[in-house]
Each structure stands twice: as structure tokens, then as C-alpha cells.
Design a protein around this ligand. Structure first.
Ligand code: ASP
Ligand code: MG
Length: 442
């Protein structure tokens, strides 16, 4: 069984839906289809949930959502039925809007409209292509805790629910991104969470392969918008890809690989507009293992430096520090320590899957036992590859190449698949270009 996930741009227009439906139809093993909202819709829904929104902007956004979906509906053979269904959903959405701001549960319920709407349309487009898929409400299967906006899935319950709702002989279409808690409230898995949903489904149904159909021809050696010479990677290991998605490869949601690795599911990332291109295969072991395979860049990083004389020859300081961060659910990426200080990086990018908000409350709690400083506008560059901790001769050329730049922090040695450093935001793209040219060959 193949679980196939199509992202927002792959279902964003009628033509895109047709292309994606043809992909589904071309292999009868594709039996669990997970899709995102039509592209732009989740952003619109997030904008709608802003409490400061005036009624004119609200109507404008609703109009955008309406047009986007009507443009698809008008091409479908089941026009009338779909239109009726869509306007039903839209009026329900309007009703919900009156409640957001009062209760955070309503935001997730609001965001869910994107995927609920897109799946109602895509199920018809699949039919037009001869695929009789059952529409499955993902909230019956993807059971999560009640952390609205960034819910934690419960894999054991998901496995049970998958058994109950999914007959492996049939074909299903379902929503990415959404789930529900034990009370039945709608939850969401964080922005970009459809990949993660698809991976959870793939693990639960013990799929052989998880396909992520997107708008790029696979996982690239680096962001091709920054480096035109970047190219799709044919094969990459789970370990490398995990570093890549955590450290800013924008193709996959960072949590996507975990369920696939647990379930031994191979992952393929490919472009729905060029389905014959090989894309990228993510597997346990790759044939070739270059020292540097890819470079990722993540902007809007914040460096938090915590300094305390207490730390001198003391134990328990790090525990104390991380306890505060954990209590505020702050996820830390890099850590570097000296005798009396600790520097940590936090992902403060607006669209980060695990966006960190460094509130005054957190800082105050840290200031109770340490001096704290915060530096913003930094960028994190990660080199991803193999056996990096053992390879001699990497440091020399690398640091020579970086000679004229200010490197704010370096982390090397924790993982054999990654070496990363923090640089000034304004120099970051230039550095990535230079490193790609010097260190990555096809
Ligand atoms: N529609 C959701 C978002 O835009 C989830 C996804 O597309 O993966 O974040
Ligand atoms: Mg995505």
C-alpha cells in the first residue's frame, strides 16, 4: 500500500487537481490519499482568526476563499452538488468566525475548513478520473492531545482507529493537518502538518511507501531560489533527511520522518507537475555517502545567551535552565556551553512548525538565576552529510571559506550528519551560495 500526500499547490487549481488525480489513478497501490487545503487557504484562515481584523478585510478574505474554490468547482462535472456543499461549509465557517478569540479551540476548528473543503472537491475530481475514493474524516483516526495549534498525536490510538476505519482493500481520501482530541475537539498539527499526518497514516496502516507530492522535484541540495545551481538529491538517508528537515529544508514538515522511520516506511518526495521525474527517495541506507550532501538555511533565529557565575564548577545549572524552557514548551535547536555561560538558538521564524515565542515571562524567570541576553536577526546554516565528525580535512577548507564572515556560534560533533553555525542574517544567502559552489558536486 502506498500513502500519497498532495500539498496545497498540487490541489490548488482544477488543473492541479486533475494532474494529482491522474497520479493517484496510475497506480492501484495508492489507496490512502492525504491532501492539504488549496494553496493560500490556510493562510487566509489564519488571517481570519486575527482578533484585530475589521469587517472589510474579513469580507475580502472570505471572498478570496470563495473564488478560489468556485474556480475549481466550475470545472467539475458535479458543479451543482459541489457548489451547494461548498456554500454550506462557507456559512458554517462564518458562524465559527463569530467565536474565534473567545476560545482557542475555535481556531483549530476554523483552520480545519481548508482541508475539509479541499477534500470535498478532490473526491469528485478523483471520481472523474475513475478513482472511487471514500471520503474519510481524518479526525476519526488522527487522535491527539489537546495542544491546540500544535497537537501531539497518540500513535497507539491512531493505530487502533486506523484499523477500525480503514479497510486496506478500499481507497480513501482524507485531510492532512487536522485531528481531534479525546473530547472530539478538532486539533491541528502545526503549519505544514499535512506531511506529518500522511506519515502517521502510513505508519498506522503499515504502508510500504509514503509519497509526498509537492511543487518541487524532490529535496534539493539547498534552496534553489537562493542557489540556482541546486539540484534534487536522488537518495538520502533518514538520518541526513531528519537533520535537513529540522534544520530548514522547507520541503518536509520536521516531524514527518519520525513515524515513517518507526514504521520502516520509505519516503519519496516528488513533483506532481513532473510525476515522471525520480524525485528524492528517503531510505534507511543510501549507496553513496558524501561528506556534504546538502546545505540548509533557516532565517529568523534567535540566540539566547544565559550567563551565570553559579555555573562555575556547579551541577544542576543546565537542568535548571532547561526546566524553565521546557515548562514554557520552548524547543531549543543548538546549544553551546562555556564554563559560565550557555548559548542556545531558538527558531523564531513566523512560519516555523515549532515557532518559539520568547516572552518576557520566560526571560524574567531566567533572570532569577542568570544574566540573559537575546540576539536576533541571525541565520542558521547547516551542512548535512555523512561521517562528518570523523572526516579529517573538512575543517580546514570550510573555515578558510568562511574566513571573512562572522560566525556567531558553531555546533559540530553531536551528530555525524550535521555541522552547523550561526551567521548574520544579511550575509547568510551569500554564504550558502559560496559553500554550495565549493563543496557540493552532482
Ligand atoms: N494546510 C496546512 C498549512 O498550510 C497544512 C499543510 O498544508 O501541510 O499549514
Ligand atoms: Mg507543505
Amino acid at each position: 500500500m502506498i500513502v500519497s500526500k498532495f500539498g496545497g499547490t498540487s490541489v490548488g487549481t482544477y488543473q492541479a487537481m486533475q494532474r494529482s488525480a491522474r497520479i493517484v489513478a496510475s497506480d492501484s497501490d495508492r489507496r490512502l490519499i492525504v491532501i492539504s487545503a488549496t494553496s493560500g487557504t490556510t493562510n487566509d484562515l489564519v488571517d481570519l482568526s486575527e482578533s484585530t481584523l475589521d469587517s472589510t478585510s474579513r469580507e475580502e478574505i472570505l471572498k478570496r476563499i470563495e473564488e478560489r474554490h468556485l474556480n475549481i468547482i466550475k470545472e467539475c462535472s458535479e458543479k451543482e452538488k459541489l457548489e451547494k456543499e461548498f456554500y454550506g461549509q462557507l456559512s458554517e465557517l462564518r458562524e465559527h468566525l463569530d467565536f474565534v478569540g473567545r476560545d482557542k479551540r475555535w481556531k483549530d476548528r476554523l483552520y480545519a475548513f481548508g482541508e475539509l473543503m479541499s477534500t470535498k472537491l478532490f473526491v469528485e475530481v478523483l471520481k472523474e478520473n475513475g478513482v472511487q475514493a471514500e471520503w474519510l474524516d481524518a479526525r476519526e483516526v488522527i487522535k491527539t492531545d489537546s495542544t491546540f495549534g500544535n497537537a501531539e498525536p497518540d500513535r497507539e490510538v491512531i493505530a487502533k482507529k486506523a484499523k477500525k476505519w480503514i479497510d486496506p482493500k478500499k481507497i480513501y481520501l482524507t485531510q492532512g493537518f487536522i485531528g481531534s482530541d479525546i473530547f472530539g475537539n478538532t486539533t491541528t498539527l502545526g503549519r505544514g502538518g499535512s506531511d506529518f499526518s500522511a506519515s502517521l497514516f502510513a505508519e498506522a496502516v503499515k504502508a510500504d511507501t509514503l509519497e509526498i507530492w509537492t511543487d518541487v522535484a524532490g529535496v534539493y541540495t539547498t534552496d534553489p531560489r537562493i542557489v540556482p545551481g541546486a539540484f534534487p538529491i536522488h537518495e538520502i538517508s533518514f538520518n541526513e533527511a531528519a537533520e535537513l528537515s529540522v534544520f530548514g529544508g522547507k520541503v518536509l514538515h520536521p516531524a514527518t520522518l519520525k513515524p515513517a522511520i518507526r514504521g520502516g516506511v520509505n519516503v519519496r518526495v516528488a513533483s506532481s507537475s513532473e510525476p515522471d521525474e525520480p524525485g528524492t527517495l528517503i531510505v534507511k541506507e543510501t549507496k553513496n555517502k558524501p561528506v556534504i550532501r546538502a546545505i540548509s538555511l533557516r532565517k529568523d533565529q534567535t540566540l539566547l545567551t544565559v550567563n551565570s557565575l553559579q555555573m562555575l564548577h556547579q551541577h544542576g545549572f543546565l537542568a535548571q535552565l532547561f526546566k524553565v524552557l521546557a515548562e514554557h514548551k520552548i524547543s531549543v535547536d543548538l546549544v553551546s556551553t562555556s564554563e559560565v555561560s550557555v548559548a542556545l538558538t531558538l527558531d523564531t521564524a513566523v512560519n516555523a512548525a515549532n515557532k518559539v515565542e520568547l516572552t518576557d515571562q520566560v526571560l524574567d524567570e531566567l533572570r532569577e538565576f542568570a544574566e540573559v541576553s537575546v540576539e536576533k536577526e541571525l541565520a542558521l546554516i547547516a551542512l548535512i552529510g555523512n561521517e562528518m565528525q570523523k572526516t579529517s580535512g573538512l575543517g580546514g577548507p570550510l573555515f578558510t571559506a568562511l574566513e571573512s564572515y562572522n560566525i556567531r556560534l558553531i555546533c559540530h560533533g553531536a551528530s555525524s550528519n550535521n555541522l552547523c553555525f550561526l551567521v548574520d542574517h544579511d550575509e547568510s544567502e551569500q554564504i550558502v551560495k559560496m559553500l554550495h559552489e565549493k563543496f557540493i558536486t552532482e
